[in-house]
Design a protein around this ligand. Structure first.
Ligand SMILES: [Mn+2]
Length: 477
């Protein structure tokens, strides 16, 4: 494709020449002879001419399919040049704004008179890649620091939350890689080990060893890192932590030597992909597979809280991972005992205004509750699910929504933090409370009443406009 650029700035010319030369046949029109001579000597295809004159472009032989780039340095009469190009038959015209100020105003002005002309600003063109590079070097500095801090330790512990999920497990593998350690020099541990069937399948297929820890064994380590979780989770059990990498909302009240908490990321593995890339560490197929599966499952395959960085990490890991293994791990999600509880949830559940609530009674394992909450969110017309079940006199409440409504984490904190633990994101949240405390606070005994009580709470929450929004409304009226 032919490309003709009208530029007077040597730096811009050299940059365009270098960028466009491989794919385009590019020529330049300049006004100053000395500049033309210099560029010609450097091997650039350049001619001298007055860009305000139509015959300059006729001589350059432009056709409707020639791509014409015109530099806008805010000094020359841009309109005259554009008219000359138009009269010579040019139709594919781009204006390149190179003055730092006023590019927005210039592009608007131009648009009124020349709607077919596209305006590109230098800042837009270089801004994205430049910011990515700078962010990467900041990450690199941070990773190099904690690598050094962990380098001389004998025993390193990478701590995960209870019943570790794919994001926690894969983050453990990834961090071990970054610390350049093996399974004997960096232990991946949790107070309560893996129980969910799909996570057990992941642990087996990828041969991930998680050691069950106690407060005593935790103390034997020289350095402690936490991934996908923060110290407050362990309620005082771990008094010293060296590194925290997590994507849950940042919790106050702890100090860590190093910390990278990014609540706007869909998974901890997304953060760790950036760490791995920043220090250029080779990612093994096993680690890439685990991380890819983690991003997929923490974002419910990009249906929940995924953003640009998650998609970027996913596409980086994808060619490095084993897709067949991932399919095998996913198949483990549906089990017959889970189906039994889905049926029970369906029978006991009720839909009101796109909110599905159900109480499934006594259950042998906690994971049935979030599984059912995720399951019913797939139904057409369901925007919120609230599912409760009881394991050994402890009530587990899982809340899910489609992410663009009110905050699920806020919901559980508002109603349950006074009687137990409650927290989570905008789209997913969980509360764990003594069953007796729940019944006492809300005065419910019958199972059906529990479900109705959950509906009442959601209704109250959704119809209660938060103070900030109320203020906005007053201003508007
Ligand atoms: Mn996670």
């Amino acid at each position: 494709m032919r490309c003709l650029a009208v530029c007077q700035d040597e730096l811009v010319i050299r940059a365009l020449d270098e960028i466009l030369l491989p794919g385009f046949e590019i020529g330049f029109i300049v006004e100053a002879r000395p500049l033309a001579r210099r560029l010609h000597e450097a091997g650039t295809n350049v001619s001298v001419g007055d860009p305000r004159r139509t015959d300059t472009f006729l001589k350059a032989d432009i056709t409707p399919s020639t791509c014409v780039i015109i530099e806008d340095n805010a000094r020359r009469s841009l309109k005259k040049i554009l008219e000359a190009v138009r009269d010579a038959g040019g139709t594919l015209v781009y204006v390149l704004g190179v003055s730092a100020e006023e590019t927005q105003r210039r592009s608007e002005e131009l648009h009124d008179e020349f709607p077919e002309v596209a305006y590109l600003s230098m800042a837009e063109l270089f801004g994205g890649p430049l910011m990515t590079e700078f962010a990467r070097s900041m990450t690199r500095a941070r990773v190099l620091q904690y690598q050094r801090y962990f380098a001389d330790a004998d025993r390193v512990l990478i701590m995960l939350h209870n019943d570790p999920d794919p994001d926690a497990l894969a983050s453990g593998l990834a961090l071990r890689n970054i610390l350049r350690r093996t399974k004997t020099t960096a232990i991946i541990g949790a107070i309560q080990n893996v129980t969910r069937p799909e996570n057990l399948r992941m642990v087996n297929l990828l041969d991930i060893h998680v050691e069950t820890m106690t407060p005593e064994t935790i103390r034997e380590f020289d350095r402690i890192a936490m991934v996908d979780v923060q110290p407050h989770y362990f309620t005082g059990m771990i008094d010293r932590v060296d590194l925290v990498i997590d994507h849950h909302p940042e919790q106050p009240g702890y100090t860590a030597v190093f910390k990278d908490v990014r609540a706007d990321y869909g998974s901890t593995c997304t953060i760790l992909t950036e760490h791995l890339r920043a220090v250029d560490i080779d990612i093994s197929e096993r680690t890439a597979t685990a991380m890819l599966y983690a991003i997929k499952s923490d974002t419910l395959f990009f249906n929940r809280q995924a953003n640009r960085v998650d998609i970027e990490a996913f596409s980086y890991l994808y060619p490095l991972a084993d897709a067949t293994l991932i399919r095998k791990m996913e198949g483990a999600e549906i089990t017959t005992d889970r189906l039994d509880y889905v049926l029970k949830a369906h029978t006991n559940g009720r839909m009101v205004d796109q909110v599905f609530a159900t109480f499934i009674g006594a259950i042998p394992r906690e994971d049935f509750v979030p599984y059912i909450a995720d399951f019913f969110l797939q139904l057409e017309d369901v925007k919120w699910t609230v599912v409760a079940g009881v394991v050994n006199n402890t009530m587990i409440v899982s809340v899910r929504n489609l992410g663009y409504t009110r905050n699920a984490g806020e919901f559980v904190r508002r109603f349950f933090s006074d009687i137990g633990s409650a927290g989570g994101h905008r789209a997913m949240a969980k509360a764990v409370v003594p069953f007796s405390a729940f019944r006492e606070k809300f005065n419910v005994l019958e199972q059906d009443n529990i479900r109705e009580q959950l509906h009442t709470l959601v209704e109250k929450f959704l119809h209660d406009v938060p103070a900030a929004e109320r203020r906005k409304e007053t201003v508007r009226t």
